[in-house]
Design a protein around this ligand. Structure first.
Ligand SMILES: Nc1nc2c(ncn2[C@@H]2O[C@H](COP(=O)(O)OP(=O)(O)OP(=O)(O)O)[C@@H](O)[C@H]2O)c(=O)[nH]1
Ligand SMILES: [Mg+2]
Length: 537
């Protein structure tokens, strides 16, 4: 059977860019917005899979196979034709670094979990650590950002897992560790996946996932004999990540590293490597292994991830590495932001069920009562979900105020939506115009009866004006044209209603209701008196 080339949509989008003059990293918020606010995914939970590690170790190369798998819609034949060059995130031969900053793929992939829920998968390529051009701060910024925003962190290593690899990881994840201090139970990060390329000792531990797990268990084992610092690294990593996996990959063959015109085609790669790709790639991306990005124990949506990126970069924008206190505050801010979104969502869901969409009109007083209840519970939700924030009261309070403000704005929107459903309010303008028109008509008749024709004519003129207004209003409502004229007429009608018709109507009604009540009371007294007489006689 002829296997076809896999066609890929999209391109890599640089989101973290290093400024050539100052050397500092800048976030390209617009580019990030374009991907994360894409209506297809903005309100979906996200899984961010990032590959990070030392430079020139085949990170982008691997990511392109992940891309190919996603683009083929996880088909059995996802590897495509053996002569198809490998494309996607830019990778290349040679000793000089290729990837700089952080890039994400422009087309997010939507994957359906077994539960039916759809998750947006974002693939992320990163600048390698410790290349000769980068400072320690550069490597820390890129790696820390990657750790913070990803839910599956693939830590790409060569030959083996060494102590310094663990130490570096500990340094880069120290932000998460600091945040962890304020948290009761949850791990700050979700999944860490050690990926050992060119595993050197298959005769001791076999390639693949099981071999990887065996190696990992040995390496992460804490023993009394270890130096205290080494014990701590291991404990920290276990505390930091909810789950840790490992995969041992074979060497891809000498064509891959020595052939000058190697373009990534499968035909040039060792069969054993390709066979392991067939296991590793679907394993990393199978629906049950897609881990949602969480902040403070709360899964977050694509649009929240955008805010998280911005918040993080704010901490790093100074020339020195941030102080630990700043980091604790950052964690509190990030957690408060996620909890704020949860509170907003709770409020929106409650109000939507009450007055949203085609729900009927709700009495204004009742709506206000429901709003107060929903607002209180939204704040409760916010406080409950704000696990990391708890020790930083000022941040918690600041974000609570922001939530209250947002809720206030949403209430205004729901109120307008609800008022628009009030048929009586909608009928107010024609009713007012018609009443005034009838008033002029009656007045003109009376003046005509007494021969006061000039007054009668003036009333007829008024009647004509209001008749035209009524016709124009009806036309505007029907056609949707000249809406400004419609607004003026509505305003005039509201003015007449509030200042003339409603007061008259109220006095008249109140007077009559009072009279009717007095009459009823009188009748009741008389009848009880008569009944009393009958009884006593
Ligand atoms: N030894 C070895 N080389 C590999 C492997 N996979 C890819 N390569 C080669 O490694 C070289 C660099 O690949 P890239 O994907 O550009 O590496 P990178 O880690 O993204 O590099 P930077 O972006 O510079 O950090 C290429 O020549 C690849 O062919 C592997 O598993 N083992
Ligand atoms: Mg690269």
């Amino acid at each position: 059977m002829q296997v076809e080339d896999i066609v890929m949509d999209g391109h890599p989008v640089p989101v973290l860019i290093q400024c050539e003059d100052t050397g500092s990293f800048e976030l390209d918020e617009e580019a990030l917005e374009e991907v994360l606010l894409n209506p297809k995914i903005a309100d979906k939970y996200v899984c961010v899979l990032a590959v990070a590690g030392a430079f020139r170790k085949g990170k982008s190369f691997l990511l392109d196979f992940l891309l190919r798998y996603m683009s083929s819609q996880q088909s059995q034949e996802w590897l495509g034709d053996v002569d198809q060059p490998l494309q996607g995130f830019k990778w290349r031969q040679g000793s000089k670094r290729e990837t700089t900053g952080v890039l994400i793929w422009s087309e997010p992939f939507l994957i359906k979990k077994r539960s039916g829920e759809e998750i947006a998968v974002i693939l992320m390529d990163t600048q390698g650590t410790f290349d000769i051009q980068s400072s320690m701060k550069d490597s820390t910024t890129v790696f820390a950002l990657t750790t913070m925003v990803s839910s599956v962190l693939v830590y790409n290593l060569m030959n083996n897992i060494q102590e310094d690899d663990l130490m570096n990881l500990q340094l880069f994840t120290s932000y998460g560790m600091l945040a962890q201090e304020d948290c009761d139970s949850a791990h700050p990060f979700q999944r860490l996946h050690f990926l050992v390329r060119d595993w050197g000792f298959p005769y001791e531990v076999p390639y693949g996932h099981q071999g990887g797990q065996k190696l990992l268990d040995e390496i992460l084992l804490v023993t009394e004999k270890q130096h205290p610092a080494h014990q701590e690294v291991r404990r920290d990593l276990r505390k930091c990540f909810r789950d840790i996996n490992c995969y041992l990959m074979p060497h891809p063959g000498f064509n891959v590293i020595q052939k000058a015109d190697f373009d990534g085609r499968l035909a040039d790669i060792e069969e054993e490597f390709v066979n392991h790709l067939k296991v590793l790639v679907p394993r990393l991306l199978s629906p049950e292994n897609l881990v949602k990005k969480e902040i403070g124990g709360q899964p977050i949506k694509a649009r929240d991830l955008l805010k998280f990126f911005t918040l993080f970069m704010e901490v790093f924008k100074d020339s020195d590495l941030p102080e630990p206190t700043t980091l604790v505050e950052f964690a509190a801010q990030a957690s408060s932001q996620a909890a704020l979104e949860a509170g907003k969502e709770f409020y929106a869901e409650t109000m939507e069920a009450l007055v949203g969409g085609d729900r009927p009109f709700l009495k204004t007083v009742q709506m206000e009562a429901e709003h107060s209840k929903a607002k209180e519970r939204a704040i409760q939700t916010y406080l409950e979900k704000n696990k990391y924030g708890r020790k930083n009261q000022s941040v918690v309070e600041k974000y609570q105020l922001m939530l209250e403000e947002e809720v206030g704005k949403m209430f205004l929107k729901y109120s307008q939506q609800n008022e628009a459903k009030n048929v009586f309010k909608a009928a107010r303008t024609p009713a007012t115009l018609f009443s005034v028109l009838m008033f002029f008509y009656l007045l003109s008749g009376i003046f005509g009866l007494f021969g006061m024709y000039s007054f009668a004519n003036m009333c007829n003129l008024g009647m004509g004006v209001f008749l035209i207004m009524l016709t124009v209003w009806a036309y505007v409502r029907y056609s949707g044209e000249y809406r400004d004229a419609g607004v003026y007429i509505d305003e005039l009608a509201t003015f007449l209603w509030e200042n003339v018709i409603h007061p008259i109507y109220q006095t008249y009604m109140e007077k009559h209701l009072k009279e009717a009540a007095e009459q009823a009371a009188q009748q009741a007294i008389t009848s009880s008196l008569t009944n009393g007489k009958i009884k006593s006689s």
